[in-house]
Design a protein around this ligand. Structure first.
Ligand SMILES: [Mg+2]
Length: 246
């Protein structure tokens, strides 16, 4: 059946995300520590000590995991988990609640700015321009980057943040929402992503085709029907040509 729509995962599909996450994680927490330290010094409140010494990054990470366990519906809503954890740690550090909320919000603004410093693979921009002439395009991410602020997002008619809709992939709902808003059915759509569990399996279960970005997996092993393995997203146009011929 002829394909009408393509949905894309973002992180580690359109760009390599590892370095970005590490820089963002350390960057926004380090920024908070430094900016809060300056603010407290100006107010003569150094007796509280250094925030990141009393509340190291590992404490913040641990608290996020605890919150995700206590609030299963929110487990994929990473922005909420982060801001809530920051607010709690800032209050435990000794700030009044209003100041804790303000500093947590400031740190999250910093987080989102750093999170957007992704570098899409160079082939992605021209590829999306070309694909957009033939297919309706959507994005489905479990990540919490403010994708609409990237120029690349203009290629997508639909962008879904699955964690914020409390249904992170592999939940079928973000896929169904994307397909419905793209005005197509699963059998006329292909999903592209790097995660077997969160991208390929849920797409196949719905009857979509799936392109699995798997650079490090040995090729040659048989895949379920409808699944196609690519080493890099740049190989997608070649796959689509083969599918159109079949
Ligand atoms: Mg991914």
């Amino acid at each position: 059946m002829k394909l009408e729509a393509i949905t894309f995962d973002l992180d580690d599909t359109l760009w390599d995300n590892g370095g970005v996450m590490a820089r963002t994680e350390e960057g926004h927490y380090g920024w908070l520590d430094a900016a809060l330290g300056t603010w407290l010094a100006e107010r003569g409140e150094q007796h509280l000590g250094r925030f990141a010494e009393r509340m190291p990054l590992t404490t913040y990470q641990h608290r996020r995991r605890e919150l995700a366990e206590c609030h299963p519906l929110r487990r994929g809503d990473f922005s909420w988990l982060r801001e809530r954890a920051l607010t709690e740690l800032l209050e435990a550090f000794g700030l009044p609640r209003s100041a804790a909320r303000l500093w947590a919000a400031n740190a999250m603004a910093r987080f989102h700015a750093l999170r957007l410093e992704v570098t899409p693979h160079p082939e992605v921009e021209p590829m999306l321009t070309e694909l957009g002439r033939h297919y309706r395009l959507g994005s489905i991410t479990n990540g919490n980057l403010a994708f609409h602020r990237l120029a690349l997002s203009r290629h997508f008619a639909v962008t879904i943040a699955a964690g914020e809709m409390h249904a992170p992939k592999p939940d079928a709902r973000p896929f169904l929402a994307a397909l419905s808003r793209l005005g197509t059915s699963p059998t006329r759509a292909l999903h592209v992503g790097d995660s077997w569990k969160e991208d390929v399996m849920p797409a196949l279960r719905l009857g979509m085709q799936a392109a699995w970005i798997a650079p490090d997996t040995p090729h040659g092993a048989p895949l379920p029907e409808g699944a196609h393995r690519l080493r890099h997203v740049r190989e997608l146009p070649g796959l689509l040509k083969r599918l159109e011929r079949d």
